[in-house]
Structures are given as C-alpha cells and as structure tokens.
Design a protein around this ligand. Structure first.
Ligand code: SAH
Length: 196
C-alpha cells in the first residue's frame, strides 16, 4: 500500500479533485446539443490511450505491489516540487472549465450556438485546459516515484496534444474566421505571449 508515502496520498487527493472538477462540468455541458463533431476513430483511440497512464497505472501503483519493479527514489525537495505543479494544474483545470462553460467538449466538437471564449484564462492562452494537463504530467512524474505510473502520461498526452491541436484550431478557424485569427495573434497556445 503505497499510500503511506505522503507524496502518494497528496497525488491521490489531487486525482480525486481533478476528476471531481471534470465530472461537475461535464454534467453541466451534457444537455448542450452538438452541432459539429470530429470525434472520429482516431480521437476515440487517443482518448482510450489516456486511460492507462491517467488512471490504471497510478491506481495499480498506489494500491498493489505489481509495479514495484519500476520504483525509484527522488530527493524529497524534487518530489515536493510536484506539489505547486499539482496545485497550479488543478486551479487552471477548474478555471478553464468555468470559463469555457457550455462550450466544453471531451473531443473536437462545436455545440449549438457555440461561442468563442476569449475571457478569463482564455485571455492569455488558447489552450489552458491542455496547459493544466501538461502541468499535471510533470506533477504526476515527480510525486509518484515509479517510472511507469509517474511518467507514462507525458508521452501519451504529447501525442494527443500534437495530433489534436491542429484539428481543434482548424475547426475554430472555420467557425470563427477573423475573430479566431485575431485572437490567435494575441495569445499563445499554452504559454502567454508576454512579450507583446
Ligand atoms: N483546447 C481548449 C479547450 C479544450 S475542450 C483548452 O485547452 O482550454 C475542447 C473543445 O473546446 C473543442 O471541442 C473546441 O470546440 C472548444 N474550444 C477550444 N477553444 C475554444 C475557445 N476559445 N472558445 C470556445 N470553444 C473553444
């Protein structure tokens, strides 16, 4: 039972908050009709590929001895540098869901009467929800000291991000035209354009 390790208990608490946030907002958006969907086979495969590194491997690591062969030890200050990343990720994950509101989808989709959101955290970056997941990837790696449970999410999410982002931005361009072009010019994808 790896939960006696404080960094593991902190991670599990964060994981529950993460899925709690998602569950609340997914339920709110559920009634909103989908107007355009690009939730194709590739998207479904990518989402399915996220299940082992986000949930299955961390839970196996936390509750069973099956993954002990991949354990390692980090110096405590390095382990705990995952905590601010975890907190930052949860804050950004919550804010981006709150700001995106009824326009949120688990995949590349447009809701009926979809609005372009450029306020709140979307004022600074176009993909705050993905930025939150990038932060989470590093928090998970630092807090869970196991190569598989800790670091498998990073490459899997990198593939999802790189494949999905162009399609999502393409859809936004098709739908919002100049407004999205202008919005893209003044914002960064996951890092604010502070030099502007
Ligand atoms: N990529 C964004 C949103 C992820 S949710 C982020 O990381 O915060 C995915 C859905 O959000 C997509 O189906 C797309 O339709 C929608 N979306 C992305 N950016 C948006 C924006 N600025 N305004 C409204 N909807 C947006």
């Amino acid at each position: 039972m790896n939960l006696l390790e404080p960094s593991n208990a902190v991670f599990l608490t964060g994981l529950l908050v993460f899925y709690g946030i998602r569950a609340v907002f997914a339920r709110r958006a559920k009634g909103e009709a989908i107007a355009v969907s690009r939730f194709d086979r590739r998207e479904k495969l990518l989402l399915a590929a996220m299940f082992p590194p986000t949930l299955l491997l961390p839970l196996l690591y936390l509750f069973t001895p099956l993954l002990t062969f991949a354990d390692y030890r980090l110096p405590p200050p390095l382990t705990w540098s995952g905590l601010p990343l975890l907190l930052g990720s949860l804050w950004l994950f919550y804010r981006s869901h709150a700001d995106l509101g009824r326009n949120w989808s688990v995949s590349v989709e447009l809701r009926e009467d979809h609005q372009l959101v450029t306020h709140g955290v979307y004022r600074f970056i176009r993909h705050p929800m993905y930025a939150a997941i990038w932060l989470w990837c590093f928090a998970q790696g630092l807090l869970l000291q196991n190569w598989l449970a800790g670091w498998s999410l990073l490459p899997v999410f990198a593939v999802l991000y790189l494949l999905r982002l162009p399609r999502e931005e393409q859809l936004m361009h098709e739908q919002f035209g100049d407004a999205y072009r202008e919005y893209s010019q003044r914002t960064g994808r996951v890092v604010p354009k502070i030099w502007r």
